[in-house]
Write a protein that binds this ligand. Structure first.
Ligand code: NI
Length: 275
């Protein structure tokens, strides 16, 4: 009986080892080859991975303001600004246009429109475009008392912050109108402009194009309004023409070299105390 059991056990273990050999060996061989291949490829693979990450990062930053730091400071520069939005039809159209051309811009938003169209504000931020404060009710601040002024600024800051997590770092007064007490309270760079498209007046695609092209200069800040269809229609030709004239479109950060002081900024190297 014992012999039979021993024999059986031997037979079973022989069969098992046969199975193990026939199945295990090819697996081991494949595994060994794979290990050898991966160790051979270890360094190139690592380098490839690093390169891929770097490429992804630089592609990401193309649409953000940071990439603008790479712009040659001797190159002709220009910054686009769009006021009075967001607007639910025209602003999203414009965002796509700017993305296609890889052009940065700053949107000076009116607080009440921010509250009305939060998803458009979200898109502006997602597209990596700049956001500025343009008061809550598009008020001429020189006609308001301090408390009213504070309300206009604060309500807009909060409306934007609720969506993007950050309060706008730039301010543009409606009509460019500002006195020193309001400016001191606003306490951030005041972005004026140097090229007025007069789009709100003409609302004419061709006239907007001509006005901007004929008055643009190196270092200028262009004033447009993304609430008008004619403005959006004018943007592609404005971009193409000025690019052909050698201009780089840059963010306000780049054009104004990271402004911090509570002054009026009209363009590159052009800022003046508020009086
Ligand atoms: Ni305005």
């Amino acid at each position: 009986m014992k012999k039979t059991v021993t024999l059986l056990l031997c037979a079973v273990s022989f069969l098992l080892s046969c199975c193990a050999v026939s199945h295990k060996n090819p697996q081991e061989t494949t595994a060994a080859i794979e290990t050898a291949e991966s160790s051979l490829e270890m360094q190139p693979v690592e380098r490839k991975t690093t390169a891929t990450v770097e490429t992804a990062e630089s592609q990401d930053s193309l649409s953000t303001e940071t990439s603008q730091e790479d712009v040659d400071p001797d190159q002709k520069m220009i910054a686009l600004t769009f006021d009075d939005g967001p607007e639910p039809v025209n602003t999203p159209k414009l965002l796509k246009l700017l993305k296609k051309e890889n052009v940065p811009a700053t949107f000076f938003l009116v607080g009440q429109n921010v509250d009305k169209y939060p998803e458009v504000v979200r898109s502006i931020a997602d597209y990596g475009q700049g956001i500025g404060n343009h008061t809550y009710n598009h008020q001429d601040l020189t006609t308001l008392n301090e408390e009213q002024t504070r309300d206009e600024i604060e309500a807009t800051d909060q409306a934007v912050k609720k969506i993007t997590g950050e309060k706008p770092k730039y301010f543009r007064p409606p009509y460019g109108a500002l006195n020193s007490s309001a400016a001191a309270w606003i306490n951030r760079p005041i972005i004026q402009w140097s090229v007025d498209s007069e789009d709100w007046q003409s609302k004419n695609q061709q006239l907007i194009i001509e006005k901007v092209i004929s008055t643009a200069y190196d270092g200028s800040i262009i004033l447009l309004h993304d609430i008008h269809e004619a403005t959006i229609a004018a943007v592609p030709e404005i971009i193409t023409t000025l690019k052909n004239e050698g201009y780089s479109f840059v963010s306000l950060d780049t054009l104004l070299d990271h402004p911090e002081t509570n002054e009026n900024y009209y363009g590159k190297n052009d800022h003046r105390p508020i009086d």
